[in-house]
Structure formats: structure tokens, C-alpha cells
Design a protein around this ligand. Structure first.
Ligand code: NAD
Length: 209
């Protein structure tokens, strides 16, 4: 084996060990019965993450989706039918019980406003949900919060967008506005949390587009 091959083998082993460390952690997938959520849950289970918990109010999905995930992966998914915006106590109890390491936040109404005559009526519920997840993410053991945002936050910026593009300018849909403000809410919680715990270099907040 060449020195180069040995080095690359070592690197692979090290990164495998490193990721193995995380596979015992408990991951919360909020909105995990939905389109993206079910795919992420399948990927997590197939990658060896054994403790995956889904919270979903099933407003745009069904229990059948969870059953199919279990069938595909031959694994059990702990599932709670809970409305994150309306049942903060239930969310709290679940978080206390499972002590999540990471939350992947996919719960939300897609394309708010596109078909909605009064998008403003929906916004408080959306914000209540982001606020609730941001709040529980402050628990001692929660290290990461991933929010599924949207490219709409870049408004009328020229494509292709990059993450360095400024978000929030020229927003042209209620959906984009909701996501942009949600990012801001969660960013504020993230900064506060980051300094409170003084864990420099520990990534806390990620946006998925
Ligand atoms: N699908 C896309 O192409 C796309 C692209 C960019 C961003 N996103 C974002 O990703 C997220 C997931 O998208 P998706 O396509 O999987 O949508 P989806 O509607 O299939 O999944 C969202 C899930 O959230 C649940 N949910 C909604 N409100 C809830 C609440 N109050 N409490 C608990 N659960 C709740 C729904 O029942 C559903 O199962 C959304 O926030 C969406 O805006 C989606």
C-alpha cells in the first residue's frame, strides 16, 4: 500500500469513527412525516442513526408515511402526533424525555400565500412554531438546529444564488417573507445560545435550502 493510500485509509477510518460517535445521539425530525422529512428519516436510519424521533401534526401527511419509512428501513420510528405551534407543553415533555442532540426542523406550511387569500392569518402559527423549536433548542444537550428554509429568501437576487448573497431584499412572496423572518428568529436564538454556552467552534445553526 502506498503512503498516500495508507493516509487516505486512515482519514476514512478517522472520519468513520467520528461520525459513529454521533450515531448514538437522538435526532428530532420536526415535520418528519412530510415529503422531505420521510426521506431524511430514511437516510438517517440507513446511515446507522438508531434514535430518530418524529413530531408531526399530520396536517399535510399521514401515519402511513411513517409506516412506510419503517418498512423501507426495517427500523422503528418513535412518532408523536403533536402540533408544535399549539402544544408547547407536549413538545417540552418530548424534549425532556428524549434529550435531543439535534433538531432538523421541516415542519411548516409550504408556499404559504400562493393559494392563501389571507397569508397574514397563517404567519402567527408559523412563527409560533419556529419560536417553540428555537426555545427548546436552548436545552443543555441540544447542539444543532437545522432549519429547512427556501431560496425565496434571496428575493430578486440574480441566480445562481450563493449563501453569501444577502437575504431579505426584494422578497416577493409571503412564503419567502415567512422563511426569512423565521431564519432571523432562529438566528437570534442561536447567537444567544452560542454565547450563553460559550462553546466556541461548535456549529449550532444550519440552514438547508
Ligand atoms: N419541498 C420542497 O421543494 C422545499 C424546498 C425548500 C424548502 N422546503 C421547506 O422544507 C420544509 C418541508 O417541506 P416538505 O416539502 O417536506 O413539506 P411537507 O408539507 O411534505 O412536510 C411538512 C410537514 O410538517 C408538518 N407540519 C406542518 N405544520 C406543523 C405543525 N404546526 N406541527 C407539527 N407538524 C407540522 C406537516 O404535517 C408535514 O408533514 C417546509 O418548511 C418547506 O417550506 C421545501
Amino acid at each position: 500500500m502506498t503512503k498516500e493510500a495508507e493516509t487516505s485509509k486512515d482519514t476514512t477510518t478517522t472520519s468513520t469513527n467520528k461520525s459513529d460517535k454521533y450515531k448514538t445521539k437522538t435526532i428530532l425530525v420536526a415535520g418528519g412525516a412530510g415529503y422531505i422529512g420521510t426521506h431524511i428519516v430514511v437516510e438517517l436510519l440507513q446511515a446507522g442513526f438508531s434514535n430518530v424521533v418524529v413530531i408531526d401534526n399530520l396536517c399535510n401527511s399521514s401515519r402511513e408515511a411513517i409506516r412506510r419509512v419503517e418498512k423501507i428501513t426495517n427500523a422503528n420510528v418513535t412518532f408523536y402526533e403533536v402540533d408544535i405551534a399549539k402544544q408547547p407543553e407536549a413538545v417540552n415533555d418530548i424534549c425532556t424525555k428524549h434529550r435531543f442532540y439535534c433538531c432538523i426542523h421541516l415542519a411548516g406550511l409550504k408556499a404559504v400565500g400562493e393559494k392563501c387569500p389571507t397569508p397574514i392569518a397563517i404567519l402567527p402559527k408559523q412563527f409560533a412554531m419556529h419560536n417553540e423549536l428555537a426555545r427548546v433548542s436552548q436545552s443543555e444537550q441540544m447542539q444543532q438546529l437545522h432549519l429547512s428554509s427556501t431560496a425565496c429568501v434571496y428575493g430578486n437576487a440574480p441566480v445562481p444564488y450563493t449563501e453569501k448573497d444577502p437575504a431579505g431584499h426584494g422578497l416577493n412572496s409571503p412564503y419567502g417573507k415567512t422563511k426569512y423572518f423565521s431564519e432571523e428568529i432562529i438566528r437570534d436564538f442561536g447567537i444567544f445560545f452560542f454565547f450563553k454556552k460559550k462553546k466556541r467552534g461548535n456549529p449550532f445553526l444550519f440552514f438547508i435550502f
